[in-house]
Each structure stands twice: as structure tokens, then as C-alpha cells.
Design a protein. Structure first.
Lengths: 390, 854, 222
């Protein structure tokens, strides 16, 4: 998920990677050249660009990389299940810089990747799947102008202003969900210009849609259930490179119960120490407390590394890979202290044979330590615990 | 029972007795004539070795073709393919949208010529994102980092299978030039695939790159499909089939693999038949040596009888002796066979030089089971061959055989009826159609004929012997008497010669007829002064329009015929038919191709006139006047057969059509070869250099005068038949072994006789002459009968086996000179063998033999 | 006719075993002599020398005035073919030739065929009492009959010298006696010289003179 929301105060860190670009770095060498040919020029990310909706929800094919990333928690609409289902779906677009002159319909100028997962705390299982394809033949595309991305039978698109539909068909799960925005978009950084490092060129265009209302159907293990819930949507595009020194990070994004939104992260270096940390908190609108529909216009606070502290509480060791992930945390953001509790332990995604990535990504509850009450729900992402980046 | 015997446990006593009996009745005789035993062992070993080697080479070839074909398809459930021109890429998204299709991997497949290397390489243009879903090993390609180099999508980059990297001696980072049309296109080796991905030599590149750089824009050659787990396969297959343009088929990988294997089956089954002949001849020699051994050991056997050895024990002893010989020979044979197969594969490749499996890199792993089967086959053949002689041994009358001067009553038993029955069976077999494309009935007929001839040998022998003159020098009288008296033994030797020589004669006539017909055919098919060929099996090399134009523009050229070869799938068929598009017009068609039969009436309106090859006639029933649907350029046209022509190049069948018509239908303007007629007085050799300058392209192409092409083709022909020559030579060698074994065993039995003759004033030379005469007589009868039988077998080979296996006809040409020389050599060799085997009879010790009682 | 003067023969080189030494013997046409001796004393060697199958180391061996030792192998073979006849202990009839043709074999070897030859064969077969078995084959004969055929064969071409090596060794006394009688009669009839090598005193008794071969040489037994 996105380590995207990097406030300007953090930009000096020189750590300019997000998970997405890291993922691409690891995936692409198998099928893409590491460096594009010299003559390929990618447009720079510059401050002052006005992010417009719905135009900028669509693809920006000139930029090197772009991603659309949705995570959320779903409750069984018919049967009141004890624990919600977690879901994740991501579409990546990469401009390869290759085959500019190739007249073939198969010329690999744009490549799409997608990851999706259903985390079922009731069974403790994580179902995940992935797709990849070059664009072409109307089988795979990322359209410009408005959100419309398709990769064979996977897709995410806008069906009406503020309304999106995503469909995923994995080997052992399917879902088709409608996402409706309840709050205005949250432009990250300087009105959507999100710096990633001391070099001003290292930046991305970036916005989020927290507190999306989700309805739809999920099929797991052959049985289909109607679901509803909340989701967090990120969209980011850039042309930039990544920091070679980062080993991994810990990240969370939470839709707060009161209608607010919290994102917190920290980066670890190769020695395992903390390289950086940060958080963003958007409070619910003062007048509409408790009603998410009117939230989102509240105050946005950005916290620097001195104000964000991560302390692992409990670990889980993957029986498949032997990698140990700290899945329970105490996170302090400013003067707020939260406990992060995973809804299931085994949320490890091992796609090393195909994409080379090993990470943990699962649904969590955020407990306010002051009250002992649940403060929100969201997703936790842990990368780089397998010894390698990612 | 003696005290000593009581002291021993009875079991061990019995064992000792048995062992000593074994030594007397089984091992002793074998040891007593080590040379002959060795010969029999060698004969079986040779037979088994040849059979095993041919089997192994065949198996490896089939495995390779199958494995290579199989690895191409990965996990595909179905594959859509079109040999030859391929199909439009728009089929790809349509197939992927067919309900029940889970994954589809489009492939551009081009056999390219590698300029400067005189070989071809199969290039596969794939979409790695799609291919990974069907070919998991490709995903692993990324994981093996040290071999990784660059990604597959990179421009100008090519990944090689390990087999290709090895055979081309290329490493990551090296350049690889491939030929497209007449130009060189340079790729960089970006990586080596993991061994699991493709077993045969292939180069892998991105499909977009392949379409562009290999001049295949908009075209695909194959789409591999994986179906959803619960899809109803037949209905999905039908839905796919409904979408396919003409000339495109949907098959399972198994079917496609079978097709690939079937292409070479005729060649392989012919080789197997020859190998079986070798084993048969080997078994025959065991029979010969064993029956001669029985004759030689008559008194010994009688003595054992007299001493109380039962008939059953004697039978067992003889069979055991045969089994020992067989087991030794078979053991030696399987080892030898594996070695021969290994050597053969290493030096010729899996097709033994016939050119069927180009680009296949064979590896040989022999399983214990295979060793066992051929061991048992060899030992079994020896055992069966021993059975007759063993029964004879068991029935030796003790009293008579012990009497001095006794000889077995050797009047030959004639089997005229069995022989006639076998001949009749052979004729009946000839009336049967081939079995799944294999000329099995033809082989059965040949086997019947050979066996029948063997059974007829006693009658032939006694007839001939009765007619031999009994006057003349004493040595000849003795020789003739000896031949008559030992006619039954003689028939064994004669039959051995007959069988092996008739096969040699048959092959000689067949091969000679084929070679002469081929030569005459090439004279007809190559009428021009000069030929330009872009590539043989490589579809990637061709004469594009530019090249054609530069050629035609040369003032020295008075006429240029461009020829295009294009494979096409007829509706409902699995094996492609070759279209040969060249300038041809109905009234003068006979001047362009060797036409066997022509249509007389006018061609039906609206149908395209074509000329079908004999193979097309045999396989598809394309006779003169036949009309059929012909898919060209994605649509179907009606074609009518205007004549049948002889085509030795394409056993899968071909049709010739006018190139203008072909271009109009397909839009395909490229050509594979050009036939050029030069202005009077132009020197072809010298002109070919100027032609190259005029074409001025960087790729490889051949410019050859017809003489060179003929020479090369005949050289290839001879190489193909080299293996059969080898097999025949071995069969004849085994036949000579028979004469040698027969003579040398008789020489031992006749030592007393020779001693007596020497006393009577017969010179050593005369004894040698006598033996040579006997050998020559046996050889001559075998050779004469072999000539007759061989001639008949050759007719079966020419008119039945070849026709059914390869679908080509030939004119009969008898190599009289060769046959005469072979006959003389064989008779001479028989005489020499006999005389040589009898050299002991000329030694001084034979004089003392008059003292011996046996 | 046959003269041996001081004949010596040894085997195994100069230092080898001397088998015969100083053997002297003369047999005239019509004479029939026996040579007896213990086993291993050199009877076979002596017989081979006389037959021209072997040559003496020293001494003379004259047949009809010609020294066999000086003749080449082919010439000696020629001498055997034309001037000698043999009778063996094991008969050695050719199994695939009829009785008549077995007897005719020496004639054939000497290029004689046709009426005269046939008459000669019949004459001999009558003489040995097998005139009615001419077209039989050896395997149909008893041992005695076989040896009678062999005697007929030995005399067929009217040899100057008939050599018989234990001709009765394989026969019972009755048959042996008959053979000895036939042999003697035929030798005498053709005025040939005859040498009988034997162990048997009875056989030796059927000859004109008996020589004994010992280490010391050949001595006439009184």
C-alpha cells in the first residue's frame, strides 16, 4: 500500500521508494529491461500541476509507472459474521520505453500487472492471485480520461462520478465490488505533488480516496456472499527511481470509526534500523462528527519521524517460508497511542516464483489504547522481512 | 553305495553328479569347438546388437520428436495452428474470449536459416506474460539469475534453449545473426532458458519483436490454449473450431505430437524391419551351428545314451547348450547395440543421416527393461533355433550311431507343402491394404516368401545335387557324393546364404531402381541453367519481391521461373499438403513436371487446375479429375486435378499450381527458389558470381547449377541408404558364417576321411579343391535361389512397401553388373570360406586321423 | 621291390627321441610280410615312412628302385596314388559312396573309369565275396564286410605295395580270419608286395615272414 503520503517534511530523507515501484523493480527484470533505452523521455513530475477529476483518475501513459490500489474490509451482508473479510486489488501500469517504432500490435510499449487477495480471518486463509499482460487487442488496457483499467477478466473502472466497479477472478476466489466515494479526494503532499526525496525530480502525483463505501459479492471456496464495507483507494503516477538503501517498511492505512483517516509508516534500512517514519491524520469534519458522509473536510495533520513510533508486540512465523513477521504493534502518532491487531496471522503473499515478491498484507483493527475501544479498521503491510527487499 | 559316497551328504553328491553330467553333455561340447561356439555367439550378438541399436535409435528419435513437440505446448489443453502461412492475429483475442478458455498464448514460429552456419533454428516469438500461464518453466527463467541477463522484452534480444546454446556454441552476450528473406538480422543472446523449458534447440524472443523483425506482422502461427478446469472440452473445442479460418486447425498437443511422430514412422518401421531380419538371420545361424553340432557329436550323444542318459535329459542338455550360446550372444549383443546406438546417434543423429529430424539433439538413456527385453529376445531366438537340432540329438539311435562308419541318414526332408502354403500366404498378404500407414502386409509377404524359400531349399538342393555329374576327378566325385550324402546339412548352409543374399539382391534392385528413377526425375525437374534457393526447410529465408526484381533485371537471364512452396491444411486433415506455386500452364505442364497421367477433357469451369503428386493420390485420393476444396489465403477455393506427377521430395503429398493464380488468391509474392535460363553463351558458373553481386543481400542463399544439385541430392540419397547397406552386409556376413560353421564342423567329422584320402594319394590341394567345390556348390545354389527370391522381394519392396510407406513409384532398373559381381563374390567367398575352414584337413595331423575311431 | 637301408627317424629336433634306427627291410613282389612290435615302438612311424607320408632322417627307402626320401611331397603323393594300397583298422569307407564307388575310388584317382574300371571293381568285389552288394552303402555293411570292401579298394588299382595297419583290430576272430585270408589271397593274386602291421600273432601267422620291431631295430623272427 502506499507509502505514498509523504509530507514535504519527510522529503529530505532521500528515500524515494513506494512499495509499488519496489514491486515493479522486482517484477520487471524478468520480463522488462532494467533500463529503458536512452532516447525514451518520460515526463517529469512537477509542482503546481492541477489534479483534475475525473480526468486524472484515468491513465497517464507517458509516465513511467502508475498504480491504482484498493484495500478494505467487508462484512457479510446476510450472515453477521464475527470477523470481516479483507480484500486487496492493485493494478500497475508500466511504460517500458521499448518498441517505440515497432508496428506490431504486440509491441510491448505498456505492460499491466495486477495483484488481488481475499483475507478470510474466519479460516485464517489468504487467497491471492495475479495477472500480467501487455496492452493490446482490447484485452488489456488503461484508458485515459477516466478510470478504466482492464487486464483480461480483471478490471477497475468508473461507472458514474464517484462510483467505481472492480472485478477480480482468481483461481480460488472471485469478487465484484462497487466502490462509492463518501468524502472528497485527499490530495497528498502539495496539492497532489508528492515529493519522495531531496532531489525535487523524485516525486509523484498522488491522491487517495479514504472511506469508500463498498457493496458487492465475494466468492470464496465456492460459496458466494453479498458483502458491504469500507475501502481505501490510492492512485499514483511517476517516472522516478527508487532508493537502493531501503530494505523494507511497515505501513498501515485505516478508515477511522469517526470518519477520519490515518496513515502511518516507517522505513527500515539494510541494518534493520529505522530509516524514517511518518504519518498523516485527517480528522472528521467538526460539524459532522460520527457521520462519515460529511467527514473528510476536517483538519489534516502531518507527523514527522520524531512524532511516530512503531513498537512490535508479537510475531508470526510463516510455516511455508520460515520468515518471521511482527504482526502486532504499538503505534504512537503524536499523542495518540494505538494498538494494531491483525485479523488473521497468515496474510503472507508468496509470489516469488513469478514476481519475486514476498510480503505480508492483511486486515487489521486499530485499538485506541486510551479507551480500549476500536478506533478504526484498515490494512497493514510488512515488507522486507525475507532478507531481501520487498 | 560306496563308503566314500556315504560320507558325503546325498544332496551334494547328486549335485556333483549333475555337474559332471552338465560338463559332459552341455559345456564340454561348447568348449570342444570354441571357434564354432564363438561364431554362434557372435551371430546372435550381431543380430541382437543390430536390432537393439536400431530400436534404440528409433526410440530416441521418436522420444525426441515427441518430447520436443510436447515441450513446445507446455500445459496447453488445445493448440490452434496452421502450417505454412499461419493466420491473422485477430483470431487471438477472439479465442481468448471463447467461454471456457482460461488462457491463450499466441506464438509466431519461424524456422530461420542461420547465415554462415549452414543450419536452421526454430525461433519462437512468444508473449511471456501469456506464455507463463502455459509454460511455468518460462517463469522460472527469470528466477535463475545468473543466466538471466536481460529480460525477454528487450529489443534485439533472444533467449536460447540450452540445446540451442550448446549446439550453436553461444553464450549470454554473444551475437546471433538470423536470416530473414535474404537479409541478416542481428540479435543478442540475452539469456539461456532453464533446461525444463524446451528440450530442442529453439530461440525465444518477444512476439512483438518477432512479428516485426521476422516480417510476420499481423500473423500468428499458433495459439496454445488452456481451458477452464470445469469447461466442457468437446463443446469448447467445437466453439473454437467454428471461429477458425480455412487452413487452420485445433488439435490437442497429443494429436500434434502424434502427427510429428507419424511423419517419420514409415522410415523408422522400414529400419526396424531390416533389424528384425538381422536377428532372424542370427537365430538361423544358431540353428545351423546347433544342428551341425548334433551331427558332429552323434557318436558322443549315442555314447551318453548308451551310458543311460535319458532322451529328456539329452533334450534338456541340447537346449541348455543353445541357451548358453544365446545368453552369451544376447548379453554381448545388448551391450554392443547400446554402444552402436550411442555411436550412431553421436555421428549421424537420430535419423541416421536421413534428414528427418534436423535440429534434434538426441540423448540416449537405456532402461534395464529395454536391455532385458532384447536380451530375452536374443536368448529366446537361440533357444527356439536350438529346438529342432535338440530333438534330433535326443532321437539319435544309440546302437547305430555307435557303430564305426556310421553316419546319420542325411536324406533331406522336403517341405514342399509348407513352402507352397507360405508362398500362398505371402500372395494373400500382398492383397491387404497397409496398416495405419505402415506397409506391414508387404513385410509379412516378404517374410512368408523368405520362409517359404527356406522350406523349399531341401527340394532345390536335392534336385540340384541329383543333377551334378559324378564323373571327373576323384576329388570331385567325393565332393559330389559328400554333397548328396549330407544334403540336409547342406540345406542349412544354402538357406543361410539364400536368406541373406536374397535380401541383398532385393535391396540392391530396389535402391538401384530408386536411384535411377531419382536421377531421371531430377533431370526432368531441373531443366534450367541455374537455380537460386533462399533456404531449404527454413521458412524465414525466401526471395522477396526486391530480390526477384533484381534477378529478373539481369540482361543475361532470358527466363526466370520463381517457385513458392507453401504448406496448407486441407479441411478435416491433420497432415499438411504442400502447394508448389510456379509458372505452369495446362498444355505445356508436361514440360515443367514429370507427369504420369493427364486429364483429357477440358477443365471444369471455375475450378483451379492443379497437378497432384502420387503421394497426394495415395493419401487423399486425388486422381485425375478429382475436385476438392483448397484453403488459400484464409479462404476456400475449388481445385481440380489435371494430372498426376511424380514427386520424390514430399512424401506427405503436394500439388502444383500456377503461381499467378496462387498470388492472386493468397497475396503471397515471395518465392522459395528461382529457376533461371541464361542467354546463349553465358557461362553459368561465372554468371553465378555476378548474380550474387546483383542481388547484393547479406543473407545466405544457394546459387547452383543443376549438376551440383543432382550431385548433392544423390549424395544425400546414398547417405540415407548407407545404413541399409550396412545391415545387408551384416546379413551376408552371417550367411557366410553359416557356410564356415557348416564346413568346419564337417571337416572335423571328416578327418578320418581326409586321412584316408591322403593315404590313397590325394594331394592336399585336391582336398582343398574338394572343399572349395563343396562350398562353391552350396554358395551357388544359395546365390541362384537368392537371386530369384531377391528379385521377387525387390518387386514387393518397390511396388508395395515403398508405395505404401512413402507413396512414390519408381521404374525398375536391375543392376545386372552389380548382381553378377555380388554373385561371383559370394560364391567365391563361399568357396574360400569352405576351403579356409578346411585348412586343418590339409595339415599333417590329419594323416594320423586314420588311427582315430572318431 | 621295397628296400629299406639303415633307415632312421627321430622326432623333436636333433636332441629328440630317436624312434627308428638302422631299420632294414626288403620285400619282393608277391611277398607278404608282417611287422609286429610293442605299442610305441615305432610301427606307425615306420608305416608312414614306407607310405611316403613321412621321410626318414637318414638311410634309403626305395620303392621299385626310387628313393622316396628324395621325392617331393607331390611326387610321393603320386607314388601312393599309383603304386600303393591301404587297409586301415577303422575301414574308412566314404559313407556317401556306394560300395562299388568306394572300391573304384583309387581307379578314379588314377583317371581310370568306364567299362574296364567297372569290371575291375566287380572282379574285386566278387573276389572278396561281396559281388551282390555293389550298390549298397557302407552303413548297411557289417564290420567284416566293410573291411572286405576296404581290401578290395586297396587292390583296385593293382598297387605294387599293399599296406595293412591292424586290419583286424576292430573285428571278431571269425571275421578277422576271413579278412586275413582275403587279404593274403588278393596280394598273392595280384603279385603285390604286402606288409601287415599287427599286434596279433594269429594275423602275423597268415604272412610269409614275420619281422619284429624293437628298439634295436627290425629283426626277422625265426
Amino acid at each position: 500500500m502506499s507509502l505514498g503520503p509523504l509530507a514535504p517534511s519527510q522529503a529530505r530523507v532521500g528515500w524515494d521508494v513506494s512499495f509499488r515501484s519496489l514491486l515493479l523493480l522486482l517484477v520487471l527484470p524478468h520480463v522488462l529491461p532494467l533500463r529503458a533505452s536512452a532516447e525514451t523521455s518520460y515526463p517529469p513530475v512537477v509542482p503546481g500541476h492541477e489534479i483534475a477529476f475525473p480526468r486524472d483518475e484515468g491513465s497517464h501513459p507517458d509516465f513511467r509507472i502508475e498504480w491504482w490500489y484498493v484495500t478494505g474490509q467487508l462484512d457479510d451482508a446476510t450472515r453477521k459474521a464475527k470477523s470481516p473479510l479483507g480484500f486487496q486489488v492493485t493494478f500497475f501500469r508500466v511504460r517500458t520505453g521499448l518498441a517505440a517504432d515497432n508496428p506490431s500490435s504486440f509491441a510491448p510499449r505498456q505492460v499491466l500487472f495486477a495483484h488481488a487477495a481475499i483475507a478470510d480471518p474466519a479460516t485464517g486463509q489468504l487467497h491471492h492471485a495475479q495477472r500480467s499482460a501487455r496492452t493490446g487487442f482490447d484485452l488489456a488496457y488503461a484508458r485515459e480520461g477516466q478510470l478504466d483499467v482492464k487486464l483480461d477478466d480483471w478490471s477497475i473502472r468508473q461507472v458514474a462520478p464517484g462510483r467505481y466497479v472492480t472485478a477480480v477472478h482468481g483461481e480460488d476466489f472471485d469478487f465484484e465490488l462497487t466502490l462509492a466515494s463518501t468524502q472528497p479526494p485527499l490530495l497528498q503532499g502539495e496539492r497532489g505533488f508528492s515529493r519522495k526525496g531531496p532531489d525535487p525530480r523524485a516525486a509523484s502525483y498522488y491522491y487517495s480516496l479514504p472511506q469508500l463505501a463498498v457493496t458487492g459479492a465475494v466468492t470464496v471456496g465456492g460459496s458466494t456472499r453479498k458483502v458491504s464495507g469500507q475501502a481505501w483507494f490510492d492512485h499514483e503516477w511517476s517516472s522516478d527511481y527508487v532508493d537502493e538503501n531501503a530494505l523494507g517498511w511497515d505501513w498501515l492505512g485505516v478508515n477511522m470509526t469517526d470518519g477520519g483517516a490515518l496513515m502511518a509508516f516507517r522505513m527500515r534500512d539494510r541494518q534493520g534500523g529505522e530509516r524514517w517514519a511518518g504519518a498523516t491524520l485527517r480528522l472528521p469534519s467538526p460539524g459532522g462528527a460520527g457521520d462519515v458522509k460529511f467527514a473528510g473536510t476536517g483538519e489534516v495533520t502531518t507527523f514527522g519521524p520524531e512524532a511516530v513510533h512503531w513498537a512490535p508486540l508479537q510475531s508470526w512465523r510463516s510455516p511455508r517460508t520460515g520468515v518471521t513477521y511482527p504482526v502486532q504493534w504499538r503505534v504512537q502518532v503524536g499523542d495518540r497511542r494505538y494498538r494494531v491487531e491483525p485479523l488473521l496471522l497468515d496474510a503472507e503473499l508468496d509470489s516469488r516464483p513469478t514476481t519475486g515478491i514476498l510480503y505480508w498484507e492483511g486486515p487489521i483493527r486499530l485499538i485506541d489504547e486510551a479507551t480500549g475501544q476500536e478506533a478504526g479498521r484498515g490494512y497493514l503491510e510488512l515488507t522486507g522481512y525475507g532478507g531481501k527487499r520487498g | 553305495m560306496s563308503v566314500a559316497a556315504q560320507a558325503l551328504p546325498p544332496g551334494r553328491n547328486a549335485l556333483r553328479a549333475r555337474l559332471s553330467l552338465l560338463d559332459a553333455a552341455v559345456v564340454g561340447p561348447l568348449r570342444q569347438a570354441p571357434g564354432r561356439t564363438l561364431l554362434a555367439v557372435l551371430a546372435i550378438a550381431l543380430g541382437v546388437a543390430l536390432g537393439f541399436a536400431v530400436y534404440l535409435i528409433n526410440r530416441v528419435a521418436a522420444d525426441e520428436v515427441q518430447g520436443a513437440s510436447r515441450s513446445l505446448f507446455g500445459l496447453a489443453d488445445l493448440t490452434v495452428q496452421s502450417p505454412g502461412s499461419g493466420f491473422d492475429e485477430s483470431l487471438f483475442p477472439r479465442l481468448l474470449r471463447v467461454p471456457g478458455v482460461a488462457a491463450a498464448s499466441p506464438v509466431v514460429e519461424v524456422q530461420v536459416r542461420l547465415p554462415g552456419r549452414e543450419r536452421n533454428l526454430k525461433l519462437l516469438g512468444i508473449d511471456p506474460f501469456r506464455a507463463m500461464q502455459l509454460q511455468p518453466a518460462l517463469a522460472g527463467a527469470g528466477a535463475s539469475t545468473e543466466r538471466q541477463g536481460q529480460g525477454l522484452l528487450a529489443e534485439n534480444s533472444i533467449w536460447l534453449s540450452p540445446a540451442a546454446a550448446q549446439s550453436l556454441e553461444l553464450e549470454v552476450g554473444d551475437d546471433l545473426d538470423v536470416q530473414v528473406a535474404l537479409d541478416r538480422v542481428r540479435f543478442r543472446v540475452a539469456g539461456i532458458l532453464p533446461p525444463g523449458a524446451y528440450s530442442q534447440p529453439v530461440g525465444l524472443l518477444d512476439i512483438g519483436e518477432a512479428q516485426w523483425r521476422l516480417q510476420r506482422l499481423g500473423r500468428l502461427d499458433r495459439i496454445d490454449l488452456r481451458l477452464a478446469p470445469h469447461a466442457d472440452r468437446p463443446s469448447v473445442r467445437n466453439a473454437i473450431a467454428a471461429l477458425l479460418p480455412p487452413g487452420t486447425q485445433v488439435v490437442t498437443p497429443g494429436e500434434a505430437t502424434d502427427d510429428a511422430v507419424r511423419l517419420t514412422r514409415a522410415y523408422r518401421s522400414n529400419l526396424t524391419a531390416l533389424a528384425l531380419v538381422a536377428l532372424f538371420t542370427g537365430a538361423f545361424l544358431v540353428y545351423a551351428t546347433q544342428s551341425l553340432a548334433v551331427a558332429r557329436r552323434r557318436r558322443e550323444i549315442a555314447l551318453l545314451h548308451a551310458m543311460g542318459m535319458s532322451v529328456r535329459e539329452q533334450l534338456a542338455a541340447s537346449l541348455l547348450a543353445g541357451t548358453i550360446v544365446g545368453a552369451l550372444g544376447a548379453a554381448l549383443g545388448v551391450i554392443l547395440g547400446a554402444l552402436v546406438a550411442r555411436a550412431g546417434l553421436a555421428s549421424f543423429g537420430a535419423d541416421l543421416g536421413a534428414g528427418y529430424f534436423r535440429g534434434v539433439a538426441p540423448a540416449l538413456n537405456v532402461s534395464a527393461g529395454e536391455y532385458l527385453v532384447f536380451f530375452v529376445l536374443g536368448a529366446g531366438a537361440a533357444l527356439v533355433a536350438t529346438f529342432g537340432p535338440a530333438r534330433e540329438a535326443a532321437s539319435v539311435p544309440a546302437a547305430a550311431a555307435l557303430k564305426a562308419g556310421d553316419e546319420a541318414p542325411m536324406a533331406p526332408r522336403t517341405h514342399g507343402r509348407i513352402a507352397l502354403a507360405l508362398f500362398a500366404a505371402g500372395v494373400l498378404a500382398l492383397a491387404l491394404p497397409p496398416l495405419e500407414g505402415i506397409a506391414l502386409p508387404g513385410y509379412v509377404a516378404i517374410a512368408c516368401l523368405l520362409l517359404g524359400a527356406v522350406f523349399l531349399t531341401p527340394s532345390i538342393a536335392s534336385t540340384v545335387f541329383a543333377r551334378l555329374r559324378t564323373d571327373g576327378p576323384a576329388w570331385r566325385q567325393v565332393a559330389v557324393a559328400q554333397l548328396r550324402g549330407t544334403a540336409r546339412r547342406a540345406t542349412v548352409s544354402i538357406a543361410a546364404v539364400l536368406v541373406s543374399f536374397s535380401l541383398m539382391v532385393a535391396m540392391a534392385i530396389m535402391v538401384f531402381s530408386f536411384r535411377m528413377s531419382l536421377e531421371a526425375w531430377m533431370q526432368r525437374i531441373l531443366p534450367a541453367d541455374l537455380y537460386v534457393r533462399a533456404g531449404s526447410a527454413a521458412a524465414g529465408a525466401y526471395l522477396d519481391v526486391n530480390a526477384q526484381r533484381s534477378i529478373t533485371a539481369l540482361p543475361e537471364i532470358t527466363r526466370a521461373d520463381f517457385v513458392k512452396f507453401q504448406d496448407v491444411l486441407l479441411p478435416g486433415e491433420r497432415l499438411p499438403l504442400t502447394i508448389i506455386a510456379r509458372p505452369i500452364h495446362e498444355p505445356t505442364a508436361g514440360q515443367v513436371i514429370p507427369i504420369r497421367r493427364s486429364a483429357t477433357g477440358p477443365a471444369p469451369q471455375g475450378a483451379i487446375p492443379v497437378w497432384a503428386s502420387e503421394a497426394a493420390l495415395d493419401l487423399r485420393g486425388f486422381d485425375v479429375g478429382t475436385e476438392f476444396d483448397l484453403p488459400i489465403g484464409g479462404r476456400v477455393v475449388r481445385a481440380t486435378v489435371r494430372g498426376i506427377w511424380r514427386d520424390y521430395e514430399r512424401p506427405g503429398g503436394s500439388i502444383v499450381m500456377n503461381r499467378d493464380t496462387f498470388i492472386a488468391l493468397s497475396g503471397e509474392r515471395t518465392a522459395t527458389t528461382a529457376a533461371l535460363w541464361l542467354r546463349e553463351g553465358t557461362d553459368a558458373e561465372e554468371f553465378s558470381g555476378r548474380l550474387r553481386d546483383a542481388i547484393a543481400r547479406s543473407g545466405d542463399y544457394d546459387v547452383a547449377i543443376p549438376g551440383e544439385i543432382r550431385q548433392r541430392s544423390l549424395a544425400l540419397f546414398d547417405r540415407t541408404f548407407a545404413v541399409t547397406y550396412l545391415l545387408e552386409a551384416v546379413a551376408v556376413l552371417i550367411g557366410l558364417f553359416g557356410i564356415s560353421a557348416s564346413t568346419s564342423s564337417q571337416v572335423l567329422a571328416r578327418r578320418g576321411e581326409f586321412g584316408m584320402l591322403r593315404h590313397l594319394g590325394v594331394t592336399r590341394r585336391e582336398i582343398g579343391r574338394m572343399l572349395a567345390f563343396e562350398g562353391a556348390a552350396l554358395g551357388a545354389i544359395g546365390v541362384a535361389a537368392g537371386l530369384v527370391v531377391g528379385a521377387i522381394v525387390s518387386m514387393i519392396l518397390i511396388f508395395v512397401v515403398n508405395r505404401q510407406s512413402f507413396h512414390w513409384t519408381m521404374d525398375v532398373h536391375v543392376p545386372w553388373g552389380l548382381l553378377a559381381i555380388l554373385s561371383l563374390v559370394l560364391v567365391g567367398a563361399a568357396a574360400a570360406t569352405a576351403a579356409f575352414s578346411g585348412r586343418r584337413a590339409m595339415g599333417e595331423d590329419v594323416i594320423r586321423a586314420v588311427k582315430e575311431d572318431w | 621291390m621295397l628296400e629299406l637301408h639303415d633307415v632312421a627317424r627321430s622326432f623333436g629336433g636333433p636332441a629328440g627321441r630317436r624312434v627308428l634306427d638302422g631299420v632294414a627291410l626288403t620285400v619282393m613282389p608277391g611277398e607278404y610280410v608282417a611287422i609286429v612290435g610293442e605299442s610305441g615302438v615305432g610301427k606307425s612311424t615306420l608305416l608312414n615312412l614306407i607310405a611316403g607320408l613321412d621321410v626318414p632322417d637318414s638311410g634309403q627307402l626305395l620303392l621299385e628302385g626310387r628313393d622316396l626320401a628324395r621325392l617331393g611331397e607331390d611326387e610321393r603323393t603320386q607314388v601312393r596314388r599309383t603304386r600303393m594300397g591301404f587297409v586301415f583298422q577303422a575301414f574308412h569307407l566314404l559313407p556317401h559312396l556306394s560300395i562299388a564307388r568306394n572300391v573304384a575310388l583309387p581307379l578314379a584317382l588314377n583317371g581310370q573309369a568306364g567299362r574296364a574300371a567297372d569290371d575291375r571293381v566287380m572282379e574285386l568285389l566278387e573276389a572278396v565275396g561281396l559281388g551282390d552288394r555293389a550298390s549298397s552303402y557302407p552303413r548297411e555293411l557289417s564290420g567284416g564286410e566293410s573291411q572286405r570292401v576296404a581290401v578290395a579298394r586297396a587292390l583296385a588299382h593293382r598297387p605294387a605295395l599293399v599296406l595293412a595297419d591292424e586290419p583286424t583290430g576292430n573285428l571278431d576272430p571269425d571275421n578277422a580270419a576271413m579278412i586275413l585270408e582275403v587279404l593274403r589271397a588278393q596280394i598273392k593274386r595280384d603279385n603285390a608286395a604286402g606288409i601287415l602291421v599287427t599286434h596279433s600273432a594269429a594275423a602275423a601267422a597268415s604272412t610269409d615272414r614275420v619281422y619284429e620291431l624293437t628298439r634295436a631295430g627290425l629283426t626277422l623272427r625265426p
